[in-house]
Write a protein that binds this ligand. Structure first.
Ligand SMILES: Cc1cc2nc3c(=O)[nH]c(=O)nc-3n(C[C@H](O)[C@H](O)[C@H](O)COP(=O)(O)OP(=O)(O)OC[C@H]3O[C@@H](n4cnc5c(N)ncnc54)[C@H](O)[C@@H]3O)c2cc1C
Length: 504
């Protein structure tokens, strides 16, 4: 009997496995694929963009350097410990309309501090999964390949995942088994949303006439195409999602679609690899049913426009990991696990709407063109670009934790003590962190009551942003913020609320 069985060793399942392993849970990961490697996860089709929130998650667990190296990035932004400025902003796009980062009103972005986590990191699934599975194994997680879960049963005490004749019992089961999740259906989750308007393709090809294709993202009178790197083509065809994903796209089909959406005569001489997707946008109505939970694509699917699926899934795993571990170990305050759905479901819903809005704007008809004109006007303004940037980068994410303090519910800035210690470094062991900048270190005695669940660090800060103290949850979210003379009782209430009763 394990504490947790995770179904699916994709990036989200593996990230969650690391979180649970770090917190001392016994974890079994069951993965259908007989082996981890797949050409769809390597360059070029496996390329994925990680947002600052995801890069931060790796940083906070001490995996940033390995992630950068595995992604081919050799200048580590964290190498400069005296950096005074946050890393440069990257613009991104909305429905192919590119943002100008110079137009972002930096003063309007709350609490930005220098951090080793960069704004956007281009990586590929293979690197991410290799790094995470090595880390999970080091933390004692058992990962088994070639096991397809086909049934789930649960009662008050445990959940059982079945694969053929084999049964795997655990106190909790988490479906991280992707967009076509088996766990979702087997555990009775309701999955609701909207049907597709388009079929998208990602392909690695050799072509004749490639010079006719423009670089960047191209909205055309018949669809959209982009060429992120030589021979790597993405395209969207507004066919109502008619192309059936279960069939392999042939060279003739791909060539016909590319010629139509690009308006060129390009010839595909060879198709090395191709996959298709749609913009079906669906989400489960809850992320927990009894002892079964969902995270990542298993809980929400949408088009890859804006590259948010993996980032949302990593956010799910960070949010769920410590809450599930506290529940397993028996010190979770009442209702802690249910805050997972309460906090993450609205984030997933907002991502679905963001992709729906982009699809509406990209429609190759007068309606789409009218929306594009409005969006172009808006992103020509400072406020419009700042709004888009906050949505794209995840800076707008703020959980409603019942506090009016503008920092509470947001990802904590990478606060640093005068002695050079960074918040991110203090989070490596997966505990929460209390940072006390008050001159008399007035929270020290209180924090000792939660020592096994929370680290305490005190001293003057290089930039305390006007704060006297902050309490940061293990997922990096600010749970409480105190002013220059922190209120000890308020701190203790917040600590008890998130970490349960004090140990002493
Ligand atoms: C073209 C394209 C580009 C994208 N670009 C980006 C991007 O730039 N940024 C971004 O954030 N997101 C992007 N995404 C989305 C991102 O790839 C996904 O959201 C992410 O991979 C989901 O991870 P996951 O772990 O939830 O699911 P998956 O990666 O699908 O992993 C699920 C795992 O579960 C296993 N499994 C399935 N069923 C079973 C079963 N019954 N038993 C056991 N195991 C099972 C599968 O074999 C698989 O290994 C893109 C997607 C596409 C298609």
């Amino acid at each position: 009997m394990h504490d947790v069985v995770i179904v699916g060793a994709g990036p989200v399942g593996l990230f969650l496995a690391c979180e649970l392993g770090l917190a001392g849970c016994s974890v079994l990961v069951l993965e259908r694929a007989p082996e981890p490697h797949s050409p769809f996860k390597a360059k070029p089709l496996g390329m994925r963009g990680l947002s600052v929130a995801s890069v931060e998650a790796f940083y906070r667990r001490g995996m940033l350097h390995q992630l950068l190296t595995a992604s081919g990035v050799h200048e580590d932004p964290g190498a400069d410990p005296d950096a005074h400025e946050p890393s440069a902003l990257r613009g991104g796009h909305f429905a192919g309309m590119v943002l100008d980062p110079a137009l972002v009103d930096v003063a309007a972005l709350p609490y930005r501090l220098p951090s080793p986590a960069m704004e956007v990191l281009l990586t590929h699934l293979e690197s991410v999964e290799t790094l995470l599975s090595e880390q999970a194994s080091r933390l004692g997680v058992d990962i088994r390949h070639g096991v397809t879960v086909s049934a789930i049963a649960q009662n008050k005490e445990c959940a059982v995942a079945r694969a053929g004749e084999d049964e795997y019992a655990a106190r909790w089961v988490v479906g991280c088994d992707g967009g076509r999740s088996a766990v979702r259906g087997l555990a009775g989750f309701e999955f609701v949303g909207t049907e597709p308007q388009l079929t998208g393709y990602s392909m690695h090809v050799t072509m004749a006439g490639a010079e006719e294709l423009r670089s960047g993202i191209n909205l055309t009178p018949t669809g959209m195409y982009l060429q992120p790197s030589e021979g790597h083509i993405g395209m969207m065809d507004f066919d109502g999602g008619a192309f059936d994903r279960s069939q392999q796209p042939t060279r003739d089909h791909l060539q016909e679609v590319l010629r139509r959406v690009s308006g060129t005569d390009v010839t595909l001489s060879e198709v090395h690899l191709a996959s298709s997707f749609t913009d079906r946008a669906m989400q489960t109505t809850t992320y927990r049913r009894g002892r079964a939970l969902l995270a990542g694509d298993a809980a929400h699917i949408h088009s890859p426009l804006g590259g948010q699926g993996l980032n949302t899934g990593i956010g799910d795993a960070m949010n769920l990991g410590w809450k599930l571990a506290a529940t397993v170990h028996g010190y979770a305050p009442d209702g802690l696990l249910d805050t997972y759905t309460r906090e993450r479901h609205p984030i997933g819903a907002a991502v679905l709407d963001w992709t729906r809005a982009q699809v509406a704007a990209m429609r190759p008809d007068p309606h789409g063109q009218a929306i594009q004109a409005v969006v172009r006007d808006l992103i020509g303004t400072r406020d419009g670009t700042t709004y888009m940037f906050e949505r794209l980068s995840g800076a707008s994410i703020r959980y409603d934790l019942g506090s009016e303090h503008p920092l509470v519910g947001r990802s904590a800035p990478d606060l640093r003590l005068e002695n050079g210690t960074r918040l991110g470094d203090l989070m490596r062991d997966g505990r929460g962190v209390a940072l006390d900048f008050s001159t008399d270190q007035c929270l020290r005695d209180s924090a000792m009551g939660w020592e096994s669940r929370m680290r305490y660090a005190a001293g003057p800060a290089r930039n305390d942003l006007g704060l006297g103290a902050v309490l940061v949850r293990p997922d990096g979210v600010v749970a409480w913020a105190g002013d220059r003379t922190p209120d000890r009782e308020a701190f203790e209430r917040a600590a008890g609320h998130w970490f349960g009763g004090p140990e002493i």
